[in-house]
Design a protein around this ligand. Structure first.
Ligand code: SAM
Length: 383
């Protein structure tokens, strides 16, 4: 692991998701559309490198520059335009941000950067104009839960194509979600659909998780998104969630890509957590643990165990839903199950293959090693 992230394993997981997701999005979207990347809370924040390589803004610049260059090299391919908008409220951090990104602002080479010194929510009109007709990816990474009131920023989302990643600061929210203090309760209104949010919480969930769920449904309706899912990132050295990265999209391909990115990130994070826990133990006891790399493999594998558990739940869900609402095209099954479960498209293929082998559903996709494709019909096998 890079030294820049020692003790910041959660930030590393966040940056991993951002980087991988941006890469996937850029290569899918840039051949057809220009892209605008908006980082509402840019930093730099607790960075450890001189060139800010461990900041979200530099990660985005480097991924987007690389994608633009590679796509432009393709035969008969137009050179896509990329724009980046970075806002930062802290004057000192802004000065660093401004100087660090200035050399990359090259509108003549179709790579334009705009910076805003001030609050993200106050830059909405400027961002709106800057995005123009391009495809926006908006990254919101606050230190708490304020600064991005949906009523004020939702105009950025109301376009046919738009993707949003939000770092939902679960640990802080969970700490304050039980508060009876009027001001604290009101401070959550802007991301939970306004006053009275406590009455809208799912009573079957613990308070923190119910708030996170309400946050996602509020985001979904504020931006008219088709899909909003989230990834839980645990604290590096404790068994509890630190934050959730919520992802909102209007495109099922985005959902499929995000679930793959999530899986890769969680496996990586699991390994890094073992190393972080081991460092903590060594610092306490002064003893080296010879078994930690073996343990890392086990922990990495535990993500696959979660996936297996999710597959069992999803299989039961599918078998209950098919007689009521089926048959479905395989692509609809994927969309339905990826929203509800932490699964990838490949897992849904395997679920269908297993169900067909056991005679519960029909094999409509052919024999051998074939697996269902988008248009194949998933239906129960008649007795
Ligand atoms: C968690 S840090 C961002 C880290 C950065 N995205 C990264 O991953 O490298 C949040 C940043 O937002 C800034 N900030 C706080 N409130 C803000 C607001 N309302 N608008 C814009 N920036 C804000 C803080 O000064 C801080 O630099």
């Amino acid at each position: 692991m890079s030294d820049a992230y020692v003790g910041r394993e959660q930030t590393q997981a966040k940056h991993f998701i951002l980087k991988r997701y941006l890469q996937a999005l850029a290569f899918k979207v840039l051949p057809y559309f220009d892209v605008t990347y908006v980082d509402g809370f840019s930093g730099p924040w607790e960075t450890r490198t001189e060139d800010f390589a461990d900041s979200s803004f530099m990660i985005a610049i480097s991924v987007l520059q690389d994608a633009q260059a590679k796509i432009s090299e393709r035969p008969n391919q137009r050179r896509p335009k990329i724009r980046c908008f970075f806002s930062e409220a802290n004057a000192e951090a802004f000065a660093q941000l401004h100087d660090a990104v200035a050399p990359f602002n090259r509108p003549e080479a179709d790579f334009e950067i705009r910076t805003h010194s001030g609050k993200f929510e106050d830059a909405v009109d400027e961002i709106q104009a800057f995005i123009g007709t391009s495809f926006p990816l908006i990254f919101i990474d606050p230190t708490g839960w304020t600064g991005y009131p949906f009523e004020k920023i939702k105009t950025l989302f109301t376009r046919p194509k738009c993707e949003v990643l939000i770092n939902f600061m679960y640990e802080f929210v969970n700490r304050f979600a039980h508060s009876e203090d009027e001001a604290t309760i009101a401070s959550l209104d802007p991301i939970l659909g306004g006053p009275g949010w406590r009455d809208r919480l799912d009573p079957n969930l613990p308070r923190g998780l119910a708030v996170e769920k309400l946050f996602r449904t509020t985001l979904q309706s504020a931006g008219n998104f088709d899909f909003v899912v989230s990834t839980k990132i645990d604290k590096a050295t404790d068994e509890r969630p630190h934050f959730f990265i919520a992802y909102a999209t209007k495109d099922k391909k985005g959902l499929i890509t995000f679930r793959q990115t999530e899986y890769d990130a969680l496996r990586e994070h699991a390994k890094n957590r073992v190393a972080a826990k081991e460092r903590k133990r060594e610092n306490k006891t002064g003893l080296l643990d010879l078994f930690s790399s073996h343990e890392a493999q086990i922990v990495e594998g535990s993500i696959d165990q979660i996936v297996e558990e999710q597959m069992v739940l999803a299989t039961n869900d599918l078998l209950e839903t098919l007689p009521l609402y089926g048959p479905f095209a395989f692509s609809s099954v994927v969309v339905g199950l990826l929203q509800a479960y932490m699964l990838r498209e490949t897992n849904v293929k395997d679920i269908c293959v297993t169900l067909a082998k056991s005679g519960r559903i029909e094999n409509t996709w052919g024999g051998g090693n074939r697996k269902p494709r988008d248009e194949d019909i998933i239906r129960l096998r008649q007795a």
